[in-house]
Write a protein that binds this ligand. Structure first.
Ligand code: IMP
Ligand code: MG
Length: 177
């Protein structure tokens, strides 16, 4: 059990299981991207740990960039996406893989994908660590997803509650009540 601010969290996904699922996702990417030299765009802050583990399991040439968008404040989605750190290289005619921590309503991705396509990306796919399919509000084609979870708030392995909890190597779920 861990305490962050006013909330208690209990163990949810052990770090060994995360590692297994990340390896399986890397295998799929290895099968699909050999010879294509894609650009991975890792979304800050949440995806930093997943991205670091994922790229060490990729066996094809690729570049990695970091970008930052914001749609969350505490535990509530604001429904808007703000660009905080943009891309510094051209993605024209490139295969792009967005590396995301978690897809919740899908708002962030649904704004980001057309934006990347308008910058001339040849293909844009999503590789996400987690997805809450029950909360998806917009149609989204997520080709690479390591784990699906129910509609619960989680922290750890890069994910935070009000800025805290990203450092845990396992994932914890909020304890209600
Ligand atoms: P979306 O735009 O609603 O899909 O929100 C996605 C973003 O919300 C993710 O990149 C996370 O930063 C954040 N988020 C969604 N669910 C959680 C959660 O359970 N814990 C921590 N952050 C979350
Ligand atoms: Mg995020």
């Amino acid at each position: 059990m861990i305490q962050i601010k006013d909330k208690q969290f209990e163990p949810f996904i052990h770090h060994e299981q995360i590692a297994d699922r990340v390896s399986a996702l890397a295998e799929k990417l290895n099968a699909d991207y050999t010879g294509r030299k894609p650009i991975l765009i890792a979304i800050l802050n949440g995806a930093f740990m997943f991205a670091a583990d994922l790229v060490r399991k990729l066996n094809f040439d690729h570049e990695i960039q970091f970008a930052k968008y914001s749609s969350y404040d505490g535990m509530d989605t604001t429904g808007k996406v703000k660009e905080l750190i943009g891309l510094s290289i051209s993605i024209k005619d490139r295969d792009v893989i967005i590396v995301e921590d978690i897809i919740d309503t899908g708002t962030t991705m649904s704004k980001l994908i057309p934006m990347l396509k308008s910058k001339g990306a040849k293909t844009v796919e999503i590789a996400t660590l987690l997805m809450k399919p029950g909360k998806l509000k917009v149609p989204l084609d997520v080709k690479y997803c390591a784990m699906e979870i129910p509609n619960e708030f989680i922290v750890g392995y890069g994910l935070d509650y009000d800025g805290i909890g990203r450092n845990y190597r396992s994932i914890y779920v909020v304890k209600e009540g």
